[in-house]
Design a protein around this ligand. Structure first.
Ligand SMILES: *Cc1c(COP(=O)(O)O)cnc(C)c1O
Length: 371
């Protein structure tokens, strides 16, 4: 039996340090915004070279706080890929803005800069919504095409937000993600490459003004004292215990990223010719959150899933529906066809990948894929 994710094996690797970290929190009892939160923020900013990091309660709340800080709301268009996790689209809607779904690149599966430019032009021509923000998603561990996306955002006057929930640890052109956009949102959901033991997230930015707003917004919009309320905020803080867990996980994060890359290379070699994989983004290092393969059609995917199940190999579909086809978002969509996202949803499949997958596991998965 191959595990899709093995959090127990990882826990054994950090057991001593983890206990020490948790015991320290149980000792000082500062369970909200305790010293571990600031220590984690400094470590994460240092990891990617960003000037500021603000830890928050989830990746979704990171996205929401970032858009709240820009005043995104009614009448605003927020551009985002149609092929991503639901959280990316839910946040603009919660703030009264409209998500404008953009198709993805057929080779890399990342948001397409050409499609983005066309969607912005169409929204401007329609004149109903004000183009305000772009949420680019680094899908499956790979970086989106940030040089192209940022150039479009700058030209169009859009706030550029990097939804890096799946891909913290990845690099593009020699630089770790965290500074590619105006702000970067990351997630510590347990299954992400840097996962905690519960929900958590963070915002990274080089802007001191933005970081100050994020700190205020995550604590009910507070000012310099707790009982001065400057703006409508949320309760969006990261628990001290989660910060302690993440500090412990950070001690092995680089090793885990290297292990994920090794396993992905082993899959690439073992599966060559048998399945299509997303094109690797040039001059980048993936965080390998997900190892995706593309089958010929939905029937081939179902057949492969059954073959894998029989061999004791779990698999998962990210994502079975493009967001513009979700019941919750259909009404927000203007009806534009997004053929690549629609096609991928019908035939994509994720194979197990985690730092503790063995060579024998990879061989077993590859044998099942090859049939
Ligand atoms: C996981 C994820 C999120 C949300 O993160 P949470 O911490 O679960 O709230 C947002 N966007 C993408 C692309 C994700 O994969």
């Amino acid at each position: 039996m191959v595990a899709f994710l093995d959090l127990r094996a990882q826990q054994r690797r950090i057991a001593t340090d983890l206990r020490r970290r948790l015991d320290a929190v149980l000792e000082h009892c500062q369970f909200v915004l305790g010293p571990e939160v600031a220590e984690l923020e400094a470590a994460l900013a240092g990891f990617c070279g960003a000037a500021h990091c603000v830890a928050v309660s989830s990746g979704t709340d990171a996205l929401q706080i970032a858009l709240m800080a820009e005043g995104v709301g009614r009448g605003d268009a927020v551009f985002l890929p149609a092929f991503t996790y639901t959280a990316t689209a839910e946040v603009p809607l919660l703030l009264g803005a409209v998500p404008v779904f953009v198709d993805v690149d057929a080779r890399t599966f990342q948001i397409s800069p050409d499609a983005l430019a066309a969607r912005i032009a169409a929204v401007r021509a329609a004149g109903r919504l004000r183009p305000r923000a772009l949420i680019g998603v680094d899908l499956f561990g790979q970086p989106a095409d940030w040089p192209a996306l940022s150039a479009i955002a700058a030209r169009e006057g859009l706030f550029a937000l990097d939804d890096c929930a799946q891909s913290f640890g990845a690099s593009l052109h020699g630089a770790r993600l965290g500074r590619a956009a105006d702000a970067t949102a990351i997630s510590f959901f347990p299954s992400k490459p840097l996962g905690g033991y519960g929900d958590g997230g963070a915002l990274l930015t080089d802007s001191g003004d933005r970081a100050a707003l994020y700190r205020s917004l995550r604590s009910h919009g507070e000012g310099t004292t707790r009982y001065e309320v400057l703006r409508t905020g949320i309760n969006g803080r990261l628990d001290t215990l989660q910060a302690a867990v993440l500090l412990s996980k950070l001690t092995v994060f680089e090793d885990e990223l290297a292990a994920r890359a090794r396993i992905a290379a082993a899959y690439d070699a073992a599966l060559a010719g048998a399945v299509t994989v997303p094109a690797r983004v040039p001059d980048s290092v993936s965080a390998w959150a997900i190892y995706a393969v593309l089958l010929a059609d939905a029937a081939a995917r179902t057949a492969l899933q059954e073959r894998l199940r029989a061999a004791g190999v779990p698999s998962a579909i990210y994502y079975p529906r493009p967001l513009h086809h979700q019941p919750a978002y259909r009404d927000a969509h203007d009806g534009t066809a997004l053929p690549v996202a629609e096609d991928l949803a019908g035939r994509i499949l994720a194979l197990p990948i985690h730092p503790d997958l063995t060579e024998a596991d990879v061989a077993a998965v590859a044998a099942a894929v090859r049939g």
